[in-house]
Design a protein around this ligand. Sequence first.
Ligand code: SAM
Ligand code: SF4
Length: 345
Amino acid sequence: MSQAPVTASNASNAANMIDPFGRMVDYLRVSVTDRCDFRCTYCMSENMTFLPKKDLLTLEELDRLCTIFIGKGVRRLRLTGGEPLVRKNIMQFINSLGRHLESGKLEELTITTNGSQLHRFSKDLFSAGMRRINVSLDTLDADKFKAITRWGDVNRVMQGIDAAQESGLKVKINAVALKGFNDDELPKMIEWAHGRDMDMTIIETMPMGEIDEDRTDQYLPLSKVRSNLSNQYTLEDIPFKTGGPARYVSIKETGGKLGFITPLTHNFCESCNRVRLTCTGTLYLCLGQDDAADLREPLRASEGNELTSNAIDEAIGRKPKGHDFIIDRNTKRPAVSRHMSVTGG
Ligand code: SAM
Ligand code: SF4
């Protein structure tokens, strides 16, 4: 990171970003790479074609773009991917973004990770100003973990979670609900997570990108998960929010919180406050729609930020009302052609 960093106040003077439906956009998710050291079966096919390296923004360019967004009212920024911690020099980038926490422009900088590199980076993440992280984990069983991630090692992830908690990071576990794979195990996972003072969120599979399997076979509606859990536990709806789309319950027996992310059974678009930036500088206005804006061209066209800021305003002006996800036997094609690893969930 050699260039003098752009500050959020000199990046743009434009007003906050408000979309056509009156929703204020103050949350940016940045997919810093589409590459990953796992190949989760619901997320990727085994032989993925990744974006050409020449199309990637440099970390300096990504920093500049994030800073422009912060200048336009982004208060929360989540790094994701692909696996964000496998991008080369990622800590330099995260350390640099930390200046916006120090200045108070950014309320929160966080990350969604598969946990494979956390044993190396946890301390540094805390030092950079991160306080909460999400770790994706769909099973505690070593063989099942190998099967679902194809390439992952659950022991390494456990080491990473230990390291994260020792470093002072608050960890939330994200698990995708997969029919016939982890439905039986979810109570055990909840008890494990809550026993370690970690909240947990369960996510419905979303039809994004071609994978090697049939999504109808994997899809498990969370309405069913919730009704099964309520046979065993006392679930109480609570207004708790973390800035994301999860709806939370508290579980009386464990004393912990459980979130449900239900894009299919309960559409949460009416309160959407976010946009997504990819590592090539493409801005997606909705996880479940193909409409996007290229920010790389305006970013590179000028040293000033006005062109980019205008391109962002124009894009926010056409943020769609919501997604059209559907998973059933008649709908064989994914709702959007890109994989979750491009926009990062
Ligand atoms: N590699 C990191 C990880 O796994 O946490 C960050 C990127 S990953 C794409 C972000 C989240 O999206 C993970 O929790 C993953 O389980 C979830 N995910 C991936 N594909 C999905 C799909 N088709 N439907 C629902 N969630 C998905
Ligand atoms: Fe990689 Fe995360 Fe996708 Fe799994 S869910 S393949 S860890 S990007």
